[in-house]
Ligand binder design. Sequence first.
Ligand SMILES: Cc1cc2nc3c(=O)[nH]c(=O)nc-3n(C[C@H](O)[C@H](O)[C@H](O)COP(=O)(O)O)c2cc1C
Length: 214
Amino acid sequence: MKPSTPTHQTWKPGTLLYPVPVVLVGCGARDEKPNLITVAWAGIVCSDPPMLSVSIRPERHSHGIISRTRAFTVNQVTRDLVRAADWCGVKSGRLVDKFREMGLTPVRASRVDAPLVAQSPMQLECRVEAIHRLGTHDLFLAEILAVNVDERHIDRHSGALRFPGTQPVCFGHGAYYALGECLGTFGHSVRKAKGPPGPRRPIPPGRGRPEAAP
Ligand SMILES: Cc1cc2nc3c(=O)[nH]c(=O)nc-3n(C[C@H](O)[C@H](O)[C@H](O)COP(=O)(O)O)c2cc1C
C-alpha cells in the first residue's frame, strides 16, 4: 500500500460527507403550535426495528419541543418544497408560524404526537428512544412507527413506490441538489449482465423494506 495519496490534500477534520438528506422535521404536541426544523444531519441507522437519527443543536426551539414530546416526523423534501425547507432552516418557530408562512398544511400523525407536512410525499412518524449529547448537536435516536406515502407516487397496477417520481432533494456542501439518474440497482456489480442497469425494481407496499436492505 502507498504511504499517502500524492494527488490529495489532507484537511482538518470536518463534516465533509456529501450528499446528505435534507428533511423537514415536524414537532409540537396537539395542543401547541406545530413547528418545523430543517435538518441535514439525519439518517437511517437500523433496518429492523426501523430507526433513524436526527442531530439538533440544543439552542433550537425544536430541540426543547422534541425533548419534551419525544416525538417528531420526518418529511421528505422535494423540488417543490426546497424554498420552504430553506426558509424553515433560517427562521425560528419561537418567532414565526412556519407552516402558515410557507403555506404548508399540518396534519396530525397517526402514531406519534407531532405534525406531518401534507405536501410532502413521504413522511415518517418517529418516537424518540434516546438522546445523546455529542458536542454542538444532540443526537435523537428514534424508532420509525409509521410511514405515509402519497398515493400519487404509488403505481396503480403493481402497488409499488415510484421513487424518482417523488423528486427527492439532497444537500451537499451548502447547496441543494435534485437527485438524478439511477446508475444501477443493489447488487448489480455481482449480477450476470443482462444489458444496461435499469431503475430499481419497485418495492410493493406492505413489504416493509427493500429485499436487499443493508
Ligand atoms: C439545509 C439546512 C440544514 C440544517 N440542518 C440542521 C441540522 O442538522 N441540525 C440543526 O440543529 N439545525 C440545522 N439547520 C438549522 C435549523 O434548521 C435552523 O436553525 C432553524 O431555524 C431552527 O428552527 P427552530 O428554532 O424553530 O427549531 C439546518 C438549516 C438548513 C437551511
